[in-house]
Structure formats: C-alpha cells, structure tokens
Design a protein around this ligand. Structure first.
Ligand code: ZN
Ligand code: FE
Length: 259
C-alpha cells in the first residue's frame, strides 16, 4: 500500500503524494501548483515521480502539470472527457490501470465538472479513493457543470464502495461542511461528535483528512438524501415537500451555496 502525504497548496487545497517505499516511486494527484511538489522531490531525492493523476480540469488541480512534467519523467493520467493538455492516458468509466502493483479503477463522477473522474483502489486490506472535488469530508463539490441528478448518482456510486475505504479529498473544507451538516441535522450525534473532533484538529492547524466512506455515510448530508431527517429539513428550507434522492440533494446543495 502506498503511503499518502498531503502537500498544502493555495488557500485550502491538498496535493496528495502517494509513495511506494518498496520501489521508491511516487505519484502526485491534482498538482495545481508545481512548487510544493518539486520542492518535496528535491528534499527526497530517493523518490522519483512516475505518475501524475488528474481528477478534473480546474486550474487549482492542473496548474502545475506542465512544469512538473517538464522537470520529471512521469506519465499523466486524467479524464478522457475534459480538455486538459498534457494527458498521456485518457481515462473513462470502467477503465483500470496499475499503480505500484495495485489495480486502480476509474469511476466517472460528473456533477462538479462534466468529465470529473474518481480513482478507486480495491485493496483488500486498505481500499482507498481519490475523489477530487466530488466528495468532500462532510460535503460535496459545487455544481459548476453538472446537474443535481448527476451529482446524486455520482455520490451514490461512491457511497457503494466499502465502508473502510479511505477517502482523499482535494480541499480542507471539513469544518465548514460539518457546520452546515449540523444545521441540516441538529439531532445527528455522529455529526456533533465529528464536528468536535474537527474543531480540535483545525484549532491546532491540522489536517482533517482522510475520511472514510463509512464516516461520510453517517455525517455527510449529501450522502443522506434518503434519510427522513434530511428530506424534512430540505423540504422545510424550500417550503415544499421534496422527494428523497436528487430533489433533496438539489435543495441542500442550493442551501449550502448560500449558507
Ligand atoms: Zn474543482
Ligand atoms: Fe478544487
């Protein structure tokens, strides 16, 4: 299993580095800024960067791609359906590729952008997921290009992964997300406890990731659009009786946009 480290970038991005200590190979995910990546590689000459993984086309996830590619000998994997220059292997839903000897599966997750992909490794002992700006700890990405229906379907696919799957999101949004989650479900004890833990971590300037699919299912309102409490809160917010699923997701996504 690779070791994961988070390189902070910009205001609240994390650039995940995956390290395979057996082969001294590294991979980097969504490098919006080349500087922290090149600096890290300079400090760890034992590692060579072999792979760049891209989840979607936004600048804060792709801005460092060409500079890192020029400075290393790596191959770039990214979504087939987005316009990103420098991609060597264009990935579609259902594609698989090998990373450090493990199989990585490509899951199409439109919503935040229309060609967004997530990458899932179904390792029996330690499954993991790279989900970019689709699933956040306690929240989900804004709907810039996709519909609530698409986002709901994408999130349902991620929710179907094993509960123990570690979830590596691309931003530190957990605290604000859980404050919103608490407003949606004031009676949810799991949200309350998680927010206390996250408040402590943030007070110490520490990272709140990775999450797990199991924890998200308990505390993330966007994965709970079939729960009576979430449907009721969303319905009350819009003043209309909403159906479970995508209608409820659409309402809480709009509520969160103005929260
Ligand atoms: Zn984005
Ligand atoms: Fe982003």
């Amino acid at each position: 299993m690779p070791q994961f480290i988070a390189l902070p970038a910009f205001q609240d991005n994390y650039i995940w580095m995956l390290l395979d200590e057996h082969t001294s190979q590294a991979a980097v995910v969504d490098p919006g800024d080349p500087v922290p990546v090149v600096r890290w590689l300079g400090r760890h000459p034992e590692y060579s960067l072999k792979t760049i993984l891209i989840t979607h086309h936004h600048r804060d996830h792709t801005g460092g791609l060409s500079a890192i590619k020029a400075a290393t000998e790596c191959k770039v994997y990214g979504p087939a359906e987005e316009d990103i220059s420098g991609i060597d292997r264009r990935l579609k839903d259902g594609d698989e590729f090998r990373l450090f000897g493990s199989v990585v599966q490509v899951i199409s997750v439109p919503g935040h952008t229309s060609g967004h992909i997530a990458l899932f490794c179904n390792d029996a002992k330690d499954p993991w997921l790279l989900c970019g700006d689709t699933l956040f700890a306690g929240g989900c990405g804004r709907l810039f290009e996709g519909t609530p229906e698409q986002m709901h379907h994408s999130l349902q696919r991620l929710a179907a992964l094993p509960d123990e799957t570690r979830v590596f999101c691309a931003h530190e949004y957990t605290q604000a997300n859980l404050r919103f989650a608490r407003a949606v479900e004031p009676e949810n004890k799991d949200i309350k406890v998680r927010l206390e833990v996250v408040d402590d971590l943030r007070a110490g300037g520490r990272i709140t990731l990775p999450s797990t699919i199991g924890l998200e299912k308990l505390t993330n309102p966007f994965l709970r659009c079939d729960q009576p409490a979430v449907i009721a809160a969303a319905s009350q917010h819009v003043g209309n009786r909403l159906e479970p699923g995508e209608q409820t997701l659409a309402a809480i996504r709009q509520w969160k946009d103005n929260f």
